[in-house]
Every structure is written in C-alpha cells, then in structure tokens.
Design a protein around this ligand. Structure first.
Ligand code: NAD
Length: 270
C-alpha cells in the first residue's frame, strides 16, 4: 500500500459488508490512510475480527460490529455503538451487497425483496444515520473540509441491463438516483455523496465468472483492459473519494471497470 497514513488522520469510517471482498480491502486501505475503521459484518465474525486484529497490529484503530444493514434496528444500534466507541462518523462506505439470481419469470418475491432490502434499502438506512450525524456535528476544519462523505458501492449494472439478475441491476440503478438525490439535498451542508461503479472484480460474489480459465476468457471479452479487476482497484478509488483530494466531486459515479461500460462489442465496428 502506498498511501500516506496522514491522509485520513483523525477520521472515523464505517464500511458495511467489510468482512470480505471489496469491503475488506476498502477497510484496510482506509485504515492504512489513517482512519479509524468500523468493519461491519453480517455472517463472517471470524473474518471481521481477523481484519480488525491486522489493522491494530499495523498500528491502526478498528472495531468490528455485527449488523444486518437491511434492518433498521440493527443499523441504528450499529451507529450508536460506533458513536460510543469512536465519537462520530466522517466517512460511510455503503458497500454491503448480494445477488440472488434467476430467470425473471422464476424470480421469487422473496429473492426480489432480499436483494432490494440489502443493496438499496440497506444503503438508504446507513446513509440516513450518517447524514444525521454529519448535520449535527458539521465541518471540523482540522479533520476535513467536508462535514461528511458517503461512498455508495454501485456497479456497472447501474447502467448495463443484466438478464438473469433483474433484482440486482434494479438495486444498482436505484442506488444511482438515491445517491444523486441525497448529494443534491445535502451539498449545501458540505456533505459529499458519490458512487463507485466496479466492473468485474475478483471476489466471492462472482467467483463462478473468473475461477476457471474458460470462465475468465469469456469474461475478458467484456473488458477492454483485458484483465479482471482486483479489490485494490476499488479500495484506492474509495480512499480518494473519502479524502479532501476529491473535495469538488459530488454526486458523481466513478466507474472503475477496465472500460466495461465502453460497449466493447463495438470495438471492431458497429
Ligand atoms: P462479497 O460477497 O465479498 O461482499 C459482500 C459483503 O456484503 C459480504 O461481506 C457480506 O457478508 C456483506 N453482506 C451481505 N448481506 C449483508 C447484510 N444484510 N448486512 C451486512 N452485510 C451484508 O462481494 P463483493 O464483490 O466484495 O461486493 C461488495 C459490493 O461491491 C457489493 O455491493 C457488490 O454489489 C459490489 N460490486 C461487486 C462487483 C464485483 O465484481 N465483485 C462488481 C460490481 C459491484
């Protein structure tokens, strides 16, 4: 990691779904940049505590908090615990997400509701609690020029339709409009709200798409950069969006996708 441990010094960050994949890497990079980090987890207690131990061993500050982000009571309890331990919040990374895939006509209401509940409602619930605290506390100029930063983990599927994944693509399209509406509403209070839209990143969520040479070769036909992304590609973008280096960036989606949204099928004509 090549980050300055002073970039986010004194800032308190919460990463939802921080126990694996992109969330884990974001938590580690925020901590390496000087932030105190809450690693939220849902089912992977051991993994979350290992990440916390690693951060502490490297001289950082971190705690793990259990919460299902789709449950209002869990989210409120998580923020209360964070405020008890860290005093406040400066950076929220709304990362938790999941897939429940099926053909559209076979999609159960249960799978629709679970995906919308975690991916979209979960981001709403966490953003609302963070925003309340940003508004209460306001800007602390010695900490950051913003009163707070929210980073929503979206996906290239906020713009690319995705057959067989209607619930997931809908949740990510919803994140885009939610993120921009919150950004518009809270910008006058010096609160910045942005999204990262990852392309294909190697994590447990999409293992089947890259863990055999055949699957990876097929996936690469969709990626002009001709490599599947790593979690660090996303974590570095998150650190930048969390820092004052991106102070004039608000309501934006940063696509970190190796060009996946460049209509690669048209590269050889159209
Ligand atoms: P992942 O499965 O490793 O991580 C998802 C995390 O969310 C896990 O830690 C999981 O425990 C957590 N989670 C699930 N339900 C939860 C709940 N109810 N409450 C709290 N946490 C919960 O996969 P990932 O790829 O790291 O995904 C992270 C985010 O990135 C997701 O929002 C995903 O949609 C997005 N994303 C990933 C890719 C990719 O290619 N990997 C691409 C685009 C977007």
């Amino acid at each position: 990691m090549s980050f300055s441990p002073y970039l986010l010094k004194g800032q308190k960050a919460l990463v939802t779904g921080g126990s694996s994949g992109i969330g884990e890497s974001v938590a580690r990079y925020l901590a390496a940049s000087g932030a105190s980090v809450v690693v939220n987890y849902h089912s992977e207690a051991e993994e979350a505590h290992k990440i916390v131990d690693d951060i502490k061993s490297a001289g950082g500050e971190a705690i793990a908090i259990l919460a299902n982000v789709s449950k209002e009571d869990d989210v409120k309890a998580m923020f209360s615990q964070m405020f008890e331990d860290f005093g406040t919040i400066d950076i929220l990374v709304n990362n938790a997400g999941l897939q429940k895939d099926s053909a559209f006509v076979d999609m159960s209401l249960d799978h629709w509701n679970i995906v919308i509940g975690v991916n979209l409602t979960g981001q709403f619930l966490c953003a609302r609690e963070a925003a309340k605290e940003f508004l209460r506390r306001g800007v602390q100029p010695h900490i950051s020029s913003a009163a707070g930063k929210i980073i929503c983990m979206s996906s290239v599927h906020q713009v690319i339709p995705w057959a067989g994944h209607v619930n997931y693509a809908t949740s990510k399209g919803g994140i885009d409009m939610m993120m921009r509406s919150i950004a518009q509403e809270l910008a006058p209070h010096k609160i910045r709200v942005n999204s990262i839209a990852p392309g294909a990143i190697k994590t447990p969520i999409n293992k089947a798409a890259w863990d055999t040479p055949e699957a990876e070769a097929k996936l690469l036909t969709l990626i002009p950069a001709k490599r599947v992304g790593d979690v660090e590609d996303i974590a570095k973008a998150a650190v930048w969006l969390a820092s004052d280096d991106s102070d004039y960036v608000n309501g934006a989606t940063l696509f970190v996708d190796g060009g996946m949204t460049l209509y690669p099928g048209f590269a050889t004509g159209g």
